[in-house]
Design a protein around this ligand. Structure first.
Ligand SMILES: Cc1ncc(COP(=O)(O)O)c(C=O)c1O
Length: 427
């Protein structure tokens, strides 16, 4: 993109701060693309990596195993009610590809080869590989590849800010669920329903209404459809609970984790399955029921070591409780934010806030700028000491999860100043 002629080079990080090659300090409001937990250069996490790097740096999970990854599998199972086994990979998109393959092959393994369709919700995002793009679909991102994506059955997701005419929010939710129920009742070839857990992130910070996810899960159960959740961006405390599916009372058949798994320091992801799914893959060799999937860096011991230390720190520091308390700071700013005339909607849960900017509050018209809004905010944010990456007209605040109250106040004060500065430029 021509508007990006150069990029600041980040040379150091400390806590919530990123420091560039010219010595500028900016708050990481993006949490290193939504994955940072303890801030940058945390000594305990760095130590976990360096200690492991002296023993074995990488050894594959093909015919072998290693101690850190075994430990990590145990840790993951402990926090994941209903889950039985873990399949490791090295990024969220791959974790979702694996989830899709598991769900589709499960039905073949148990002798129901006609279950081949996947159901999803509109505007979901599960990564940038072709399978993950197919089960997601944010039009702006994927439009150019539409012909190459496999078809899915998509259902609307209730967005409280944009309720269709003639509905109240409750009717709208029921309508979305009715559509699913009707389709499930007349179509028996649906293998799985795939959705982000708790909220859609890249689709625009759409936080599901209470009970919505559980009702979908119940419909899946009733109609023999596997329920697959993507907790890659929303699990591990981002929305204020260790797993969103527990909070939403919606235990899945398969769940994917990534992002915060290693505290945001090394690349690793995991796909967990329940016993029913796992058992369907464990036939004799010549039954060919096993899952043909593996990546070079699957089960990397350094990534697993830092993930284990990350888990220890969640427990020792009672991080989830701390997030629940610190994140109340966001609510103190609702009033000031909503008074800004280009702020149309504020969506917040846990350590996530989405601020939707509009040029006309009553018509809810998204703001437009000459350069991309992302570029405008990035530049103005740097002047105010913040690193922003917006999602179209939505300013996202996704800071390191362990951010303190004082730091969060600073981030929000600076965010308001940035929005006001952008406002004077575009109005
Ligand atoms: C919900 C969700 N799923 C999957 C992914 C893909 O993860 P990765 O970027 O590690 O491939 C993302 C990335 O933002 C995500 O937000």
């Amino acid at each position: 993109m021509k508007e990006w002629d150069s990029f600041p080079s980040i040379t150091k990080g400390k806590g919530i701060w990123l420091i560039d090659s010219e010595g500028n300090k900016i708050i990481d409001a993006v949490g290193s693309m939504w994955c940072n937990v303890w801030g940058h250069s945390n000594p305990q996490l760095v130590k976990a990596i360096t200690n492991q790097s002296k023993k074995i740096q990488h050894s594959s999970l093909f015919n072998l195993t290693n101690e850190p990854v075994e430990q990590l599998a145990d840790n993951l199972i402990k926090i994941s009610p209903g889950m039985y086994r873990v399949f490791f990979s090295d990024n969220g998109s791959s974790a979702m590809e694996i989830a899709i393959k598991m769900a589709l092959q499960y039905w073949k393994n148990i002798g129901e080869p006609n279950k081949t369709q996947i159901a999803t919700v509109e505007n979901g995002y599960h990564g940038d590989t072709f399978g993950a793009m197919s089960v997601g679909y944010v039009p702006e991102f994927f439009e150019k590849f539409k012909k190459q994506l496999f078809s899915t059955v998509q259902f609307p997701v209730p967005n409280k800010y944009r309720i269709p005419k003639g509905f109240n929010f409750s009717d709208y939710q029921n309508d979305c669920l009715d559509k699913i129920e009707k389709r499930f009742s007349k179509q028996d070839n649906i293998a799985a329903f795939i959705m982000e857990s708790g909220a859609q992130m890249a689709g625009g910070v759409i936080i599901y209404p209470k009970g919505f996810q559980k009702k979908i899960r119940d419909l899946c159960k009733k109609h023999g459809v596997l329920f697959v959740l993507d907790e890659i961006a929303t699990g591990f405390g981002r929305l204020g609970s260790m797993t969103q599916y527990q909070e939403q009372k919606s235990i899945p058949d398969i769940v994917a984790y990534g992002k915060m798994l290693t505290g945001g320091y090394l690349t690793m992801a995991a796909t967990l399955a329940n016993k029913k799914i796992y058992d369907s893959f464990s036939g004799e060799f010549n039954e060919w029921k096993h899952l043909f999937h593996g990546h070079t860096y699957t089960g990397n011991p350094m990534a697993a070591s830092v993930a284990n230390e990350n888990f220890n720190m969640y427990q020792k520091n009672n991080l989830i409780k701390k997030i629940q308390s610190t994140s109340k700071v966001f609510t103190d700013y609702y009033q000031r934010l909503s008074e800004i005339d280009i702020v149309g909607d504020i969506r917040h849960k846990g350590m996530l806030m989405g601020i939707e900017l509009v040029s006309d509050k009553s018509k809810k018209t998204p703001i437009r700028t000459k350069k991309s809004i992302n570029k405008v905010f990035f530049e103005e944010g740097r002047k105010h000491g913040i690193y922003f990456r917006t999602l179209g007209n939505i300013v996202m605040l996704v800071p390191p999860l362990a951010i303190t109250e004082k730091e969060l106040n600073l981030l929000l004060d600076r965010t308001i100043k940035t929005i006001e500065a952008v406002r004077t430029k575009i109005i």
